[in-house]
Write a protein that binds this ligand. Structure first.
Ligand SMILES: *[C@@H]1O[C@H](CO)[C@@H](O)[C@H](O)[C@H]1NC(C)=O
Length: 271
């Protein structure tokens, strides 16, 4: 019923909706991995240097070519990203401490043997869209630092209504000569119930309200969603609607609290 109410509203404001969103038979939106959507963080702002020291730019290579994702440093030898980023990758160049995408403080190259993709990652419905990357040791300073995971005490926190910051470089701009400065956007996390009106939501997914066209977009995949309060990594950019990033549909992230045990078992990191 709520879905029909929404559709009625959508018709009333049809000029603001660029294209009908592809839907499944039951009326839910069809997920498109953010890696495959054109664009970048929409209606955000340039992140000042050192605002997001935990983000890394990930330049993957594989049989199907090269692709770009974001990731987060969660320990001196660990980066976390989305499963659809590491899927079928042979290797990745990790860019640390960058504001301009192609001007990192330094890089490390890591092969697929050091990528731990969740064994139940599903490329169809994007369940368990999470991977770890074991990296050479990095020292922390103002421009390269880790972000903390939620504590086990918060594992059942839904975070509905909380404010958080998402960051990323968006997709490669072919033939673009301007510096590709890191973008951030402040967004509100939606309740699981509200988001389920739009998506067939797995319990280990977390959504943001993209009203005002504020959203993650292509090339932001795998990148961080970090709470304003407490600075905890609660989401990894996963998917959105094929109707586009500014169409106002909720953007979906991998819910980090659903994987705290898996992360601890693979990395030893827990809070
Ligand atoms: C998103 O936030 C806007 C502005 O606060 C609100 O009007 C709208 O109802 C929210 N959308 C959803 C789906 O929760």
């Amino acid at each position: 019923m709520k879905l029909f109410v929404f559709l009625a509203l959508a018709v009333a404001t049809a000029s603001a909706i660029p294209a009908p969103a592809p839907r499944t038979a039951d009326g839910k939106l069809i997920p498109v991995p953010v890696k495959d959507i054109q664009g970048r963080i929409t209606n955000g702002y340039p992140a000042y240097e050192g605002k997001v020291p935990y983000i890394v730019g990930l330049s993957f290579s594989g049989n199907s070519g090269n692709w770009w994702c974001g990731g987060s440093i969660i320990g001196n030898t660990w980066v976390i990203t989305a499963g659809h980023c590491t899927n079928n990758a042979d290797g990745v160049t990790i860019n640390y401490g960058a504001s301009i995408r192609h001007q990192p403080q330094y890089t490390h190259w890591v092969g697929s043997g050091d990528m731990i993709q969740h064994h139940h990652y599903n490329s169809g419905n994007l369940h368990n869209d999470i991977s770890l990357i074991r990296t050479p040791h990095v020292d922390f300073w103002s421009l390269v630092n880790k972000v903390e995971l939620p504590s086990f005490d918060d594992r059942y926190n839904g975070y509905g209504g909380w404010w958080a910051v998402a960051s990323g470089w968006g997709s490669t701009c072919t033939g673009c000569s301007l510096p590709d400065w890191l973008q951030s956007v402040d967004v509100q996390i939606m309740s699981q119930e509200d988001c389920s009106n739009y998506w067939s939501l797995h319990e280990n997914m977390i959504c943001i309200n993209t009203s005002g066209g504020k959203s993650t977009c292509g090339g932001d995949s795998g990148g961080p969603l970090v709470t304003h309060d407490g600075n905890r990594l609660v989401g990894l950019t996963s998917y959105g609607s094929g109707a586009g990033c500014e169409a106002g549909y909720p953007a979906v992230f991998t819910r980090v609290t659903g994987y705290l045990e898996w992360i601890r078992d693979n990395t030893g990191i827990s809070y």
